[in-house]
Design a binder for this molecule. Structure first.
Ligand SMILES: NC(=O)c1ccc[n+]([C@@H]2O[C@H](COP(=O)([O-])OP(=O)(O)OC[C@H]3O[C@@H](n4cnc5c(N)ncnc54)[C@H](O)[C@@H]3O)[C@@H](O)[C@H]2O)c1
Length: 373
């Protein structure tokens, strides 16, 4: 079987999620090419060596640029902080490597456009990891919408709420600095929420955004006795309109006390409605105006039947899947695209369209005005 030799850059949270997916995919699915965990790259060589041993990476490297000079690497997996994505992805494309890139796509729209241009010029496969698109319940929602079962969409109500910044002792890490993260939850969580909204409803036309800072200073990561300024917003609330006329509201925050990773949507249409919550990701709730009047109500679909996307390869009905499975689905589709010369969505074009929405929201956040996307 043909192989795809991978180099992963970044070995913490996403490095582990991606390594798990590259390891698992051929055990449950039959991708067109088999992934080889060739090289893991990071800056801390001791931590990296332990990581590589645990996850089965054959070699380690501390200088990511050296990966691009090697002929025995076919794809670069970028799992580093956002400000590094553009430089790494453009260099990978120029070296003719396929690219699997974490979100948020980039710090700025201009960077994102340069990434897309480089990937298209090189003719490589480019994938942007909005993993929630590959939860089977989200894919069922897409099918129900595309089949016209909820009719004309009136409302999208999205929220991505976390709570890890409620603790004032949380240090000033890269996600709280403008230079490394571009923005706060607007980029980090909003990129996912906007991607799902675009996937399920369509492109945005206009955006308003209101943001708030709750804790303006935090302990420095390198010296907790000193404090430094939080450079990004703590919460951002968007309202907007899609090109098809539906109204949107999206809440992004890391200050939702008690909400650990609550990524939800509610969609209301002329013929029905759908709701989903990441913390209960196997379930989709569907209301249909087509039901007889005396039986109407939200039905609770456990999306674990073999007829649901990806599910047949896992466990028998009712044996639920979890967070890591969407990553396995993503690497499966990426490998198939690399093996067949196809493409995989969301790609860098989606990254650019998503950044267009986020930049419009950032402009609105600063000006207090409604901004066209
Ligand atoms: N898809 C998702 O749901 C999801 C979830 C969390 C994070 N992310 C994204 O994944 C990316 C990484 O986030 P994380 O939470 O894993 O971050 P992290 O801070 O846990 O890990 C970052 C990794 O990048 C490495 N790194 C930093 N600079 C480097 C350099 N110059 N060369 C080589 N390696 C370098 C670090 O050593 C570390 O291993 C970010 O873009 C983040 O937004 C996505």
């Amino acid at each position: 079987m043909k192989e795809l030799r991978i180099a992963l850059i970044g070995h913490r949270f996403m490095g582990r999620a991606h390594s798990n997916a590259w390891n698992q995919v051929s055990r449950f699915f039959d991708p067109a090419v088999k992934p080889v965990l060739q090289v893991a790259c990071g800056r801390d060589s001791a931590e990296l060596a332990a990581f590589a041993r645990r996850w089965g990476w054959q070699e380690t490297e501390t200088d990511w640029r050296r990966l691009l000079e090697r002929d025995d690497i076919d794809a670069i997996d970028i799992a580093t902080p956002t400000f590094l994505h553009a430089e790494m992805a453009i260099a990978a494309a120029e070296a003719g490597k396929h690219i699997f890139c974490e979100k948020p796509f980039a710090n700025t729209l201009a960077e994102g456009e340069a990434m897309l241009a480089a990937a298209e010029k090189a003719g490589v496969v480019h994938y942007l990891n909005h993993n929630y698109r590959r939860c089977p319940a989200v894919l069922l929602a897409k099918k129900i919408i595309d089949d016209g079962e909820i009719g004309e969409i009136y409302h999208w109500r999205g929220a991505y709420q976390q709570s890890w910044l409620v603790d004032p002792r949380h240090p000033l890490d890269w996600k709280l600095k403008k230079s490394t993260a571009a923005a706060g939850p607007l980029w980090d969580l909003g990129s996912h929420a906007v991607d799902l909204a675009r996937f399920l409803v369509g492109e945005f036309a206009e955006i308003d955004c209101r943001a708030k800072q709750f804790i303006p200073e935090r302990p420095l990561a390198e010296d907790p006795s000193r404090r430094g300024p939080v450079e990004v917003e703590c919460a951002a609330i968007l309202s907007g309109e899609f090109q098809n006329g539906a109204l949107a509201s999206i809440e992004t925050t890391r200050y939702a006390t008690g909400r650990r990773n609550r990524h939800t949507f509610e969609i209301y249409g002329s013929q029905g409605a759908l709701t989903w919550d990441m913390e209960d990701m196997n379930r989709l709730r569907f209301y249909s105006e087509g039901d007889s009047e005396d039986r109407r109500g939200f039905r609770d679909i456990l999306v674990t039947e073999p007829s649901h996307d990806y599910v047949g390869a896992w466990w028998p009905p009712g044996h639920i899947i979890g967070y890591e499975h969407a990553f396995v689905h993503a690497v499966l589709d990426f490998l198939n695209a690399c093996g067949t010369g196809g493409s995989v969505e969301p790609d860098f074009r989606d990254g650019v369209e998503g950044l267009r929405v986020l930049e419009a929201a950032a402009t609105s956040m600063e000006s207090g005005r409604r901004v066209a996307v």
